[in-house]
Design a binder for this molecule. Structure first.
Ligand SMILES: Nc1nc2c(ncn2[C@@H]2O[C@H](COP(=O)(O)OP(=O)(O)O)[C@@H](O)[C@H]2O)c(=O)[nH]1
Ligand SMILES: [Mg+2]
Ligand SMILES: [Zn+2]
Length: 364
């Protein structure tokens, strides 16, 4: 893309797909038809009456091609505040893809509206594809999102545009930080950009991997290798007293499998709070901490010690149990359509912590 970074009138923007920063002259864009290559266009000046209509279907081409394939994202994503980048960290099969699909579906269903956040529809082909291929089948039929054997360490999953009641608008971008191999991330430019740029992390804990605390190891494993690798990868981010100055949330997912276990039962059956209830977040964090601690899952609690701000939550992406696959590839499904439980709580807690600590506390 012919962007002249030295010419006046350019602005520095972030690609929401790969997090590369680049200069944009506010005029060069593309129009993408349903088929065929994207067509290069020149946007009218911003003060022109035509600008609003023209910009709606316009996309930008990121100069950072991935495997020589160009990628595009809507101009809408660079017109407002800088993107808020949220990363999902967890080992394979922990439940990241289901949790992301549940959150994205709840956001599209405007479940953030009572909490003062709305999504703005954006002409983003990727988001519609994600919705029709992953989110809707999960919500409508209980189909488990396809298990992709990705080789990437970190990958873009979805992006939405959020507007707050007080009139601020920002892109919210979700990344899946999977894979045990995160240790090799020094060589991976996408993983590095992600670690440099991420605003908040959701550590996904799979209770199936944790013993019941009886001392019989059962299926328990010692920790999640992706937690340690991600924390290690963040060591160059600002720290104070050995703690990362970044917000984190631990989401104990698949909590539907613990719905008869105290104190999980109490949290799962709670109605969703209308607005951020700090006292409830504190209590749930305390309960979830005790839950993991009792089960000797102390390694899973590493984010509590390593991040300055960390909340803990019980969530369920499906709200229902998983039916064992009958062996047909791709046949994985839940017993009924997904009814996510409390999946927006970790996100709301993270957004509140990002707002409170990272923008306002920057100068202190
Ligand atoms: N009971 C239950 N099972 C879940 C839930 N979320 C995920 N699972 C199970 O965990 C498997 C792996 O989930 P997935 O999201 O693909 O994990 P990922 O590899 O971390 O992306 C699914 O196929 C389900 O069997 C949940 O909320 N409840
Ligand atoms: Mg996955
Ligand atoms: Zn890009």
């Amino acid at each position: 893309m012919a962007v002249n970074s030295t010419s006046p009138g350019t602005k520095k923007i972030t690609c929401v797909i790969c997090l590369e920063e680049f200069e944009w002259n506010e005029r060069d864009a593309y129009r993408r038809e349903s088929s065929g290559p994207a067509v290069r266009i020149t946007l009218p000046p911003r003060n022109s009456a035509k600008w609003g209509a023209e910009v709606q279907s316009a996309v930008l081409r990121c100069p950072n091609e991935v495997n020589r394939v160009p990628h595009y994202f809507p101009v809408d994503f660079v017109l407002y505040e800088r993107p808020v980048v949220i990363g999902f960290v967890g080992t394979t099969m922990a439940g990241k893809t289901c949790l992301l699909a549940a959150m994205s579906g709840e956001i599209d269903r405007q479940r953030l509206t009572p909490r003062g956040l709305r999504t703005v529809p954006v002409n983003l082909t990727e988001h519609y594809r994600y919705r029709t291929e992953v989110v809707d089948p999960f919500f409508d039929e209980g189909l488990a999102p396809p298990h992709t054997n990705r080789r990437e360490l970190v990958s873009y999953t979805d992006a939405v545009l959020i507007t707050t009641d007080d009139g601020r608008t920002f892109p919210l971008v979700f990344f899946d930080a999977a894979g045990e191999q995160l240790r090799g991330l020094q060589q991976d430019s996408m993983a590095l950009r992600f670690l440099q740029r991420v605003d908040g992390l959701i550590f996904v804990v799979d209770p199936d991997l944790i013993g019941d605390g009886s001392g019989r190891a059962g299926t328990s494993i010692l920790d999640d290798p992706t937690f340690g690798a991600t924390i290690a990868g963040l060591r160059f981010r600002p720290m104070r007293g050995g703690r990362l100055q970044l917000p984190a949330a631990i989401a104990i997912t698949k909590s539907d499998t613990l719905r008869f276990t105290a104190p999980v039962d109490r949290w799962l059956s709670r109605p969703t709070p209308a607005n951020a209830d700090r006292e409830a977040i504190r209590q749930e964090s305390q309960d979830a901490y005790a839950f993991l601690h009792q089960r000797r899952a102390t390694a899973w609690l590493a984010p509590v010690d390593r991040f300055q701000w960390c909340t803990l939550h019980f969530v369920s992406a499906s709200g229902a149990s998983y039916l064992k696959s009958d062996g047909t590839p791709g046949a994985g499904r839940f017993v009924r359509p997904a009814r996510p439980r409390r999946v927006l709580e970790p996100l709301m807690a993270l957004l509140a912590m990002i707002e409170e600590h990272t923008t306002h506390a920057q100068g202190d």
